[in-house]
Ligand binder design. Structure first.
Ligand code: TRP
Ligand code: ZN
Length: 456
């Protein structure tokens, strides 16, 4: 799907080609992850039809995607790691293919003309595994097989471990899911449940997530799951999923998702997606991932209010306004963590907010970390994002005052909703709206890009 209200991803790639490195069929030219995503294509829609046996981690997949060729394509790439590919069709005609590392190279019977839209169907099967990533201090990201359950947390590059895709956040798309599992298992994905269909193979759970979504925000959960629907005062509902045997205290903070979203709307503007909820996993990790409309929490994270507030703030910043390149991670993590500070302030008073500021300052000062605006792959999910990152916004709030600061956050989300953004774009957006344009630009540039944090 192209950028909404902005330029097309390819135009951005070209405009940024010098800073980004050259796009090629095997990568969009992301400086941190040169082989992630693929040049020359824009995926509009993915339909993921999966049959899953969680007891032996077996996946049989038929992925149909509709894509637009941004240039003439005698061949094109998708990202896919592992899995056995059985057959590929382009516009209903068999295509040939080869595999190299994360690249699935597809040669259609006839070259796809520039600007044409085509349907691609990939049939495959196998046992998905997590994808090792230097940014994340766990064995792999993506597909987690744990006991008789499956959880998916893919940021940044784990989606390619279980479905063929253009695995870069600059190419968002709409999704549907048809997930077939046998009882007693239940299958959940992003979006809303549109049908459950029984057959001799089990039950097919159909989910639909129409708003533009980056590949790393796709999630599935398969297991013996319980579900809880909590009505909100305004008629919306919070939908929670959890392991059937999980005690309620494990998702006590998740049960407050509606209240937290309602509060964040007063600061950020309307919540951008049709679903509000969360998945408590059985994974023995303290982390969570902001998967779209339905974040996934480690087994101990669903009890943490600040984690829930962080993941819900990501729905505006990270999911609706998404990084253009991975080095722009501050537009996601800096804002999400700041959202969690705002929840602290709202729920526990200004002193709690001040403690967040002081704590982050001490921590960021001590750590020899890189700046938030270019943290490097290894610190993408470290101090530059979670401590110095929200401090940047704190400093901006102090300098602009509450009224102008929150108006700016709302205007930024409104302007960039469902699209992508760079750190520099935020700096220029804020400067252009400031009564002290040069000072605001200088403050943000120092806080975002100076090696040494200002004031030290
Ligand atoms: N974005 C996550 C957060 O909200 C951190 C994260 C990145 C993560 N990759 C992950 C968590 C993979 C779990 C698994 O801070
Ligand atoms: Zn985050």
């Amino acid at each position: 799907m192209g950028f909404v209200g902005g330029c097309e991803p390819w135009a951005v790639v070209l405009a940024c080609a010098l800073a980004w490195g050259d796009p090629s069929p095997s990568g969009v030219g992301d400086p941190y992850y040169p082989d992630y995503g693929n040049g020359g294509m824009d995926v509009l829609r993915y339909d993921l039809d999966f049959t899953i046996e969680p007891s032996d981690n077996a996946l049989r997949g038929v992925v149909s995607l509709r894509m637009r060729a941004l240039q003439e394509l005698p061949l094109f790439h998708l990202d896919l790691i592992g899995m056995d590919v059985d057959a590929i069709e382009v516009e209903g005609v068999d295509a040939s293919f080869t595999r190299e590392a994360r690249e699935l190279v597809i040669t259609p019977a006839r070259a796809i003309p520039a600007d044409a839209e085509v349907d691609v169907v990939v049939r495959y099967h196998g046992e998905p595994e997590g994808v090792p990533d230097p940014a994340v201090p766990i064995e792999g990201v993506g597909w987690f097989w744990h006991g008789d359950s499956i959880w998916v947390l893919s940021e940044p590059g784990g989606s390619a471990g279980f479905f063929p895709c253009n695995d870069h956040p600059s190419d968002k798309a709409a999704y549907t899911f048809d997930l077939t599992v046998a009882a007693p298992y239940v299958a959940v994905a992003n979006g809303t449940l549109t049908a459950t269909t029984e057959s001799e193979r089990g039950v097919t759970y159909s989910w639909s997530a129409p708003e533009p979504m980056a590949t790393y925000l796709v999630t599935l959960a398969v297991g013996e799951l319980g579900e809880k629907r909590i009505p909100m005062a305004d008629g919306r509902e919070v939908v929670l999923h959890f392991p059937k045997d999980a005690p309620e205290k494990r998702y006590a903070a998740l049960e407050r998702s509606g209240e937290i979203v309602t509060f964040l709307e007063t600061k950020f503007g309307p919540y951008p997606f049709a679903t509000i909820g969360g998945v408590l996993s059985s994974l023995p990790i303290g982390a969570a991932l902001e998967t779209q409309g339905r974040p996934v929490y480690g087994q101990s994270a669903g009890a943490s209010e600040s984690t829930v507030a962080h993941e819900l703030a990501h729905q505006w910043f990270g999911n609706s306004v998404t990084v253009a390149r991975w080095q722009d991670i501050w537009v996601s993590e800096g804002f999400a963590e700041y959202g969690s500070w705002l929840w602290s302030e709202h729920a526990h008073g200004r002193a709690a907010y001040d403690r967040e500021v002081a704590g982050a300052r001490t921590f960021a000062k001590r750590a020899r970390s890189r700046p938030s605006g270019d943290p490097g792959v290894k610190q993408m999910f470290g101090v530059p994002s979670y401590q110095r990152g929200p401090l940047v916004l704190h400093e901006l709030r102090e300098s602009l005052g509450d009224e102008a600061f929150f108006a700016l956050l709302r205007a930024w989300h409104e302007a960039k909703k469902y699209s992508n953004a760079t750190v520099d774009e935020f700096v220029e957006f804020a400067a252009a709206r400031s009564p002290h344009e040069a000072a605001t630009r200088a403050l943000l540039r120092a806080w975002l890009f100076d090696t040494v944090m200002p004031g030290n």
